[in-house]
Design a protein around this ligand. Sequence first.
Ligand code: ATP
Ligand code: MG
Length: 425
Amino acid sequence: MLTRAPKGTKDILPSESYSWQYVEEKIRQIARLYGYREIRTPIFEHTDLFVRSVGDTTDIVQKEMFTFEDKGKRSITLKPEGTAGVVRAYIEHSLYAEPQPIKVYYITPCFRHERPQAGRQRQFNQFGVEVFGGKEASLDAEIISLAVKLFDSLAIKGLKVNLNSIGCPDCRGPYHEKIKEYLGDNINSLCKSCSDRYEKNPLRILDCKEEGCKALIAGIPLILDNLCDECKDHFDQVKAFLDAKGIDYQINPLIVRGLDYYTKTVFEIISDSLGAQSTVCGGGRYDGLVEECGGPKTPGIGFAIGLERLMMILEAQKAIDIIEEPMDIYIATIGDMARLKASDLISVLRKKGISADMDHVGRSIKAQFKYAGKQGYKFVCTIGENELTTGDLRIKNMKEGKEDSIRIESLLDYLIKQLGGSSND
Ligand code: ATP
Ligand code: MG
């Protein structure tokens, strides 16, 4: 137990973390390009926030939350998704009083008590964006284009944008009646969750993964055919903006998304490299959510990308090489005096922005070379009694295999020249 991470969690080891940093940097660059600023909200919130905002007919709230009582007897939940906390912060800090829209993004761990499998963990990471205070279809197209831009920048192929509209409460009322009519006496054959959905939010029955329910909904009336004029017009505009941006999409009338307070546009981006858990991005409009959580009536829209799944696609497609820049120099040492000198030198180099290290475990000179070779330093030099007496140093360029003789005191200048601009000066 002591040396096993909890079920459904994964360490990101030093050998993998660079790829994560690379992807995160791309995310930050693209978010900036589109005018989004970062928001960081707590890892845990009051349970009620998720029940209210994610919705009590969803799998997340019904089965997947990590909920506990804190010492003050409050019910607390580790965030299962990013939107709720951002909506809470938007209301709590009166961001609605600032010029709209408010465009934010986050990169955050999320927690869901699910059966772990490929692409499904209990702690995973999401990159998400949320926009508040903009109702125009141009925004719906913008966030889809932002997600597509991120995937493109990572040379990811084989993605499909699946698009749908689930209308507003005005069109959903009559539509729900149609679903009920269609299901008729079959309601007794629905799974337990769907019986509940039948009462509270029948649209969500379309999202059920149970085979029995899937069979029942084949041929069910589609919300797309039942939109009110305003929602239909909005959806047409979203498509027009996507067409103008040259973004490929397909209409998928079965996409309804897990959350209860989505309105109008919903979408998923699905990858052909992921197997069973093929959705890498899910999002949509939630024009009723801010109000539902106690804020003023405010349109909103957002998406979340599962970063583990994104990394799995990168790994499967190997379209780009993400290679960590090696450290600049390793100073091998023989003897205590040499170690003192090396310690001095690496401080000077590091001050100038050159990454440098030396032996800290008392290895033999041969073992030090082996270690430096394995770590992939760009340069290696040795300081021993001889170098200390003469002040002459031989330095090896590990990639080219070539050696130069220099003076110890010119090591910094030599490296600045060789590394071509990696100095901070
Ligand atoms: P799924 O259909 O896979 O259950 P979901 O509808 O529950 O997904 P969302 O709530 O839309 O997922 O979350 C957005 C994204 O977060 C998903 O598209 C997926 O990439 C990722 N994600 C969701 N749950 C997990 C998980 N347990 N482990 C890893 N990634 C996840
Ligand atoms: Mg899920």
